[in-house]
Design a protein around this ligand. Structure first.
Ligand code: ADP
Ligand code: MG
Length: 282
């Protein structure tokens, strides 16, 4: 990956405006407010992520997790507050500007082109900004960043199959691969393991741990079993605010968290299949 090149590009970019404060977090959300028809979906949220972290963002349905991701990526405009990334204010910027600054985002429903092959999807993502004709004229090869992305997400075997034939889990990995060729500094993944088989979830957890070795990753997740296996630092959101933050055990022990989130019935079947669930990190 050409991550260092990307990083120096981002630094060069930030030098033009504000200089990047190295003591500051990579992502710093403060006093964020999002209002939908009078309803406060995000209500004075403060949230920050350090470079190189794998952060899990959890909370009950409607807590505002997706809305937060939407604001960071420029899809939703907040009523107030600020989102700073590597020293740059993101509020008011367009989505493609934010992508260019180094933020990649996946959706819960993978947005891949079913009729194109796996490698064509990744190739297409790598060609963003290039015209269609130039893209089609380009020699197709599974080398360079495209090959690396395929390998990272473990989709070398089905590389030449139409994406439409992939399982839901594989489509999520493909979407992550399509983000990786753009070499983002920060990856925001919205419920990537929802709908995945247990085996696919395990592979995704391992993929997340691999990804955070070279970039910063924020994962929105619901599945407590998954969290216990792969999370270290967790942020719990509730009613548009951060309810608590800390290690998995710490968060699970928090009485308010138990009340609003963990108190809900857990999937007993999963507990049975994993009698020795432990926190693998932190
Ligand atoms: P989460 O991802 O944590 O489940 P969301 O961010 O999707 O929660 O939603 C937070 C709250 O904001 C919910 O009550 C949801 O109904 C509301 N909401 C989200 N998007 C919109 C929208 N575009 N218009 C109106 N309400 C919305
Ligand atoms: Mg959501």
């Amino acid at each position: 990956m050409t991550h260092s090149e990307d990083r120096s590009a981002a630094e060069a970019h930030s030098d033009r405006g504000h200089s990047e404060d190295r003591s500051a977090a990579l992502l710093e959300v403060s006093g964020l407010e999002v209002v939908f028809d009078g309803f406060r979906a995000i209500d004075g949220l403060d949230f920050s992520v350090e470079e190189g972290e794998l952060r899990f963002l959890i909370g009950p349905n409607g807590a505002g997790k997706t809305t937060l991701v939407d604001v960071i990526t420029g899809l939703t405009r907040p009523a107030g507050g600020s989102v700073r990334f590597a020293g740059e204010e993101l509020v008011g910027r367009r989505e493609h500007d934010i992508v260019r600054l180094g933020i990649g985002r996946s959706f819960q429903t993978p947005t891949v082109f079913d009729h194109l092959t796996v490698v064509e999807n990744i190739d297409l993502a790598a060609s963003v900004g290039m015209g269609w004709r130039a893209m089609l004229r380009r020699r197709r090869g599974i080398d360079g960043p495209v090959g690396e992305a395929l390998e990272t997400v473990g989709l070398e075997a089905p590389a030449d199959r139409p994406a439409g034939e992939l399982s839901h889990g594989q489509k999520q990995w493909l979407e992550i691969g399509m983000l990786l060729v753009q070499d983002p500094r920060l990856l925001l993944l919205d419920e990537p393991v929802a709908g995945m088989s247990r085996e696919e979830r395990t592979r995704t957890g391992e993929l997340l741990q691999l990804l955070c070795q070279s970039r910063t990753v924020v994962v929105v997740e619901h599945d407590m079993d998954f969290l216990r296996r792969f999370a270290s630092k967790v942020t719990v959101m509730h009613e548009g605010k951060v309810l608590c933050e800390g290690g998995v055990a710490e968060v699970q022990a928090n009485a308010t968290v138990q009340e609003v989130y963990l108190g809900r019935p857990e999937r007993r079947t999963e507990e049975k299949t994993t009698p020795t669930v432990t926190t693998t990190a932190g």
